[in-house]
Design a protein around this ligand. Structure first.
Ligand SMILES: [Fe+2]
Length: 262
């Protein structure tokens, strides 16, 4: 059995808050909760949108928070990330591509694959030919084992109108590729700051709430201009994989008001 703690979208800032919500307090609370209650986990995956605007300062401070975790945390990139800043502070497994933050982790219960869907200068995502070729080869080489894919941007529209505008641009090409590999058993996606689940081309998927702030449900309708985080608590998830079966438990680690400016 393998047990993975899945966290996403910390939007870590070394100072300041996001609509009054403190991303440092929330990341620390999530790490502390996971270390206290899931010390038996094999590792954690942090599926992108790691920092705010201060690339150097945010990654430097974030690296210290991650280093405080006894549980090894594998970081990924999202739209809010910067590959150079990321690589200057965070270490990656040896399997990582050199130009992209894209790597795999071999476990007894399958291959965990962390993709890079970052597109420079855009909130939408990209999964170019180079990254697709790497994934195709990996899935071919590991075709005798189940594969579980973590990615920041969803490759399909989820019925979340504002987030759907900034999904993965080459989603269909990505889905054409993974649907040719029956060993792909599940997709885990960040980016939307809301838990959803479903299946695409027969492959089950899940998204997750953010460590930082939550996006409101699509109704009542909202826009980025009048965006206000939903008054919902942040979450992480616990994934357990055994004998080809996967379960996912969403876990609240603090109250919505936690760490709020008064
Ligand atoms: Fe995000």
């Amino acid at each position: 059995m393998i047990k993975i703690i899945w966290m996403s979208d910390p939007h870590f800032q070394n100072e300041g808050t996001i609509d009054g919500l403190d991303p440092r307090a929330r990341l620390a609370a999530a790490i502390d909760h996971a270390n206290t209650h899931h010390a038996d986990a094999d590792f954690a995956v942090l599926s992108g949108d790691l920092v705010g605007d201060d690339i150097e300062g945010d990654y430097t401070a974030l690296a210290e928070y991650l280093a405080n975790s006894k549980l090894r945390i594998y970081p990924m990139v999202g739209n809010n990330d910067d590959r150079k800043g990321f690589r200057s502070q965070l270490s990656l497994p040896r399997t990582s591509m050199s130009d992209f933050v894209q790597y795999s982790l071999d476990t007894a219960d399958g291959t965990i694959i962390c993709l890079d869907t970052h597109k420079v200068g855009s909130h939408a995502g990209q999964f170019c030919e180079v990254r697709r070729a790497w994934l195709d080869e990996l899935l071919r080489k590991t075709s005798d084992k189940p594969a579980y894919i973590f990615m920041h941007h969803p490759p399909l529209a989820l019925g979340l109108p504002k987030q759907d505008e900034i999904m993965l641009e080459d989603g269909d090409l990505f889905l054409d590729l993974v649907s040719q590999h029956p060993n792909v058993k599940h997709l885990f996606m960040g980016h939307v700051h809301r838990p959803t689940c479903g299946s695409v081309r027969g492959i089950p998927f899940a998204t997750i709430g953010a460590l930082s702030f939550q996006a409101p449900a699509p109704r009542p309708a909202w826009t980025w201009d009048n965006f206000k985080p939903a008054k919902e608590a942040p979450q992480y998830a616990v994934a357990e994989i055994a004998n080809g079966n996967l379960t996912l438990q969403y876990t609240q680690f603090c109250e919505f008001e936690f760490g709020m400016e008064s």
